[in-house]
Design a binder for this molecule. Structure first.
Ligand SMILES: Nc1ncnc2c1ncn2[C@@H]1O[C@H](COP(=O)(O)OP(=O)(O)OP(=O)(O)O)[C@@H](O)[C@H]1O
Ligand SMILES: [Mg+2]
Length: 279
């Protein structure tokens, strides 16, 4: 289980402060497959980097199975990054060494994590449907093929959490569907927790839960309800309340309710909170 509590991240550039996350709370269950959406600059990559142990929060905590990762020693953090986390970078060129073949890329990652096994490297290539491209270099592969190899590399050290930052940003929609299908299989077969940042709302619908980050906080979440017998799917959308009991209302909701001022009437009617335009 991943538990982020009151995460704040402030970047300093040229003596200017940029607040990337402003007290974000989220809990992700083991084995969950979820998506994170949000406008450019809303803090999605920052959140993944912090869960992945690549950056430290300015305030707040991240517990992984009950352990606060900020208490890990330098050596333990390196092990955590290599063995617990699999990472797919937003800048896809960062995922693969250009001078190594697909197979060598996986093998190198395994050696770094001290889990080398040629047999397993080949199995991983098979799992992502790339065994026939084992000896090709990244520049001899298409964008979608490179992403598949990158997924195999991310899985090289048998991580329990896969963090994927815009894994389908540079591929066509059909390839994107296939990559999501692959994530599904990995999630079901291996039970890996998968967190995917995506811009693509159609893909976000394919996961159990989608959360929206706005202004450095999680504001709404959509949960997929699947009624297996009827093979029927629907989504329920929830607003997320923060610790101070604040919730954010979307522009659409305000417009529908005809609310234009910054003052609203709040009352409890028959056990429901009703927010309306002041008379
Ligand atoms: N290393 C950094 N130094 C300074 N500012 C940064 C750094 N990384 C991110 N930021 C700033 O923090 C904010 C959040 O950035 P982040 O990369 O997390 O956004 P994002 O949601 O991933 O955006 P995108 O969808 O464009 O990838 C932005 O305002 C960004 O400019
Ligand atoms: Mg990003």
């Amino acid at each position: 289980m991943i538990c982020c509590d009151g995460l704040v991240k402030i970047y300093m550039t040229d003596n200017r402060k940029v607040m990337a996350l402003e007290g974000l709370d989220i809990t992700i269950k083991t084995g969950e497959m979820m998506a994170i959406i949000g406008k450019s600059g809303s803090g999605k990559s920052t959140l993944l980097h912090m869960i992945g142990g690549l950056e430290t929060p300015t305030a707040g905590s991240i517990l992984i199975d009950g352990k606060d990762i900020s208490t890990l020693k330098e050596k333990e953090i390196v092990t955590y990054r290599r063995n617990t986390i699999g990472f797919l970078w937003q800048k896809s060129a960062r995922n693969l060494f250009p001078y190594l073949t697909a197979l060598q890329n996986i093998e190198t990652m395994m050696r770094l994590g001290k889990k080398y096994s040629k047999e397993r490297a080949i199995k991983l290539l098979q799992a992502v449907g790339m065994e026939q491209h084992a000896n090709k270099f990244p520049n001899q592969l298409s964008g979608g093929e490179q992403q598949r190899v990158s997924i195999a590399v991310a899985l090289a050290n048998q991580p329990s959490i896969l963090l994927a930052d815009e894994p389908t940003g540079a591929v066509d929609s059909q390839t994107a569907q296939q990559i999501f299908q692959l994530f599904h299989e990995l999630n079901c077969k291996l039970g890996i927790t998968i967190i995917i940042v995506t811009h693509d709302l159609a893909l976000a619908d394919k996961v159990d839960r989608t959360v929206l980050i706005s202004d450095g906080k999680i504001s709404t979440e959509k949960i997929r309800q699947v009624q297996k017998a009827a093979d029927f799917q629907s989504h329920e959308e929830y607003s997320v309340m923060d610790k101070a009991h604040r919730i954010q209302l979307s522009e659409e909701v305000l417009e529908e309710a005809g609310i234009t001022s910054d003052k609203v009437k709040v009352e409890v009617v028959e056990g429901k909170v009703v927010i309306s335009r002041p008379e």
